[in-house]
Design a protein around this ligand. Structure first.
Ligand code: 5CA
Length: 435
């Protein structure tokens, strides 16, 4: 993509309304624009990252055997009256009336809707277990939307739902999601910490919050420093096997939120205890038969009796992750994208656009990068070098290649990893350095 054609409305000023780095950087880098309080439009730079995150989530869900569906954003109120949550949900639910006077709502989550699909389609224990997911926009009329996409009113969530015949099978489904979450967040360059959680409005008896550490997180977290040495990607995982031993390993280390942490009983020594803040990027729940009982979602078991199905739901804040990753990975001058979610891998900087030599070397590199399938943003504009370098640091692409007249004469270009040192290399070996 040529920068001269790319729609990336950057801001020089630091937006006054933005209180935390990710919000400031997302606005400055032209990733999003606010449409209304807590409601954002995603511009190309932001949307590219959102799609990368979504794709990692999708691949890791598919790896567990979960199947992707797509349910609507607008739901009929009747379903929520059946579960009893229509009144419970209160003002956070955006309620709508259609032209026939029917009560509708913009879904804040989808337990009722999926339970309705299930009860109309699945009859027998032979069809279990089932794991379904979708990636869809949600709306929660938060009292205080803030921190940009981190606490929005409209936000993108991956929510999956499991259906099992009994508790033992439900535990296995829960563990699949647990382990897939470890992998999902690790692939985004994050260190996920699962913490036992209360299940709140969702209800249920088995629940974990997945948090990542960041100074601007909404909740205080106390955890064993050994968490920093965990690497879920080193695990060899068979999703058909019982994953309990991995779940046990990842829940053994101490981690607790403010409400649950008591210095008097904390098992971790003071010098081994990390005290910081965390951002919740995912939340998983097993809630047994809460919805299946109230909504009549039953299957016949092997004895021919109708039994309510055991369920769980599992959420990931896909749009929140864009902000959360920036909170976890930035410096004083801008974003530092982990390569797996970077909007482009390389920023190619032409330090003297219009100079025949620079243009030719840039074009050759640009073509070579395209041929190697390396997404590149080519800054071909007639701008000062300082402006171009500053913008590249702001948008945080993993690699920068700078081509200037002096180097062109000497047959070299400058290459730099975001956050690292510049290095001069022969122009023809630049590509090899990246691949
Ligand atoms: N039904 C369950 C699981 S599918 C559920 O809704 N869980 S949740 O409320 O915990 O939300 C799942 C994830 O969505 C959260 O972990 C968080 O990462 C994200 N999320 C929740 N509220 C917001 C919000 N206002 N803005 C951005 N992301 C949010």
């Amino acid at each position: 993509m040529r920068r001269s054609k790319f729609f990336m409305p950057t801001l020089k000023e630091i937006p006054a309304e933005a209180q935390i780095p990710s919000h400031r950087l997302m606005l400055r880098a032209g990733m999003v624009r606010q449409t209304a309080a807590g409601i954002y439009s995603w511009l190309p730079m932001g949307y590219r990252v959102l799609k990368k995150i979504e794709q990692i989530v999708r691949e890791e869900m598919d790896a567990t055997g979960a199947q992707e569906i797509l349910m609507p954003t607008i739901q009929p109120a009747e379903l929520w009256r059946e579960s009893g949550r229509y009144d419970d949900y209160g003002k956070e639910m955006l309620r709508i009336t259609d032209r026939h006077g029917r009560d509708m709502l913009y879904g804040p989550t989808n337990e009722e809707q999926i339970t309705d699909i299930f009860r109309k389609t699945v009859r027998s224990y032979r069809d279990l277990p089932k794991l379904l997911y979708h990636i869809q926009w949600k709306f929660r009329d938060e009292v205080r939307p803030r921190f940009g996409v981190m606490r929005g009113r409209e936000f993108l969530m991956k929510d999956s739902y499991s259906f099992d015949l009994d508790y033992e099978s439900a535990r296995r489904s829960y563990n699949k999601m647990f382990v897939s979450y470890l992998r999902t967040f690790a692939r985004m360059g994050l260190t996920p910490i699962p913490m036992a959680a209360d299940s709140g409005a969702i209800g249920g008896d088995m629940s974990h919050e997945f948090i990542i550490l960041a100074d601007t997180g909404e909740s205080a977290v106390y955890c064993d420093k050994a968490w920093f040495n965990t690497d879920p990607l080193s695990l060899d995982i068979d999703f058909d096997a019982d994953l309990q031993s991995i779940v046990d390993r990842w829940t053994e280390l101490y981690a607790a939120a403010d409400e649950k942490h008591d210095p008097a009983t904390c098992p971790v020594d003071a010098d081994q205890l990390y005290t910081g803040r965390g951002i919740e990027v995912g939340h998983i729940f097993n809630f047994g038969t809460k919805y299946s009982k109230s909504m009549g979602a039953t299957v016949s078991n092997s004895e021919g009796q109708e039994v309510p199905v055991e369920m769980g739901s599992y959420g990931i804040g896909v749009s929140r992750l864009v902000g959360a990753i920036i909170e976890a990975s930035h410096d004083a001058v801008g974003i530092i994208w982990p390569p797996s979610v970077a909007p482009f891998q390389v920023g190619l900087i032409n330090l003297r656009a219009g100079d025949a030599g620079c243009d030719a070397v840039c074009q050759q590199l640009y073509d070579g990068l395209a041929a190697a399938n390396i997404e590149t943003l080519y800054d071909d504009r007639d701008e000062r070098a300082g402006v171009k370098f500053a913008e590249m640091d702001l948008i945080g692409l993993p690699w920068q290649i700078a081509v200037g007249p002096r180097g062109v004469k000497a047959g070299t270009v400058e290459i730099k990893q975001r956050g690292g040192e510049r290095e001069e290399v022969p122009a023809e070996s630049a590509l090899a350095r990246l691949t």
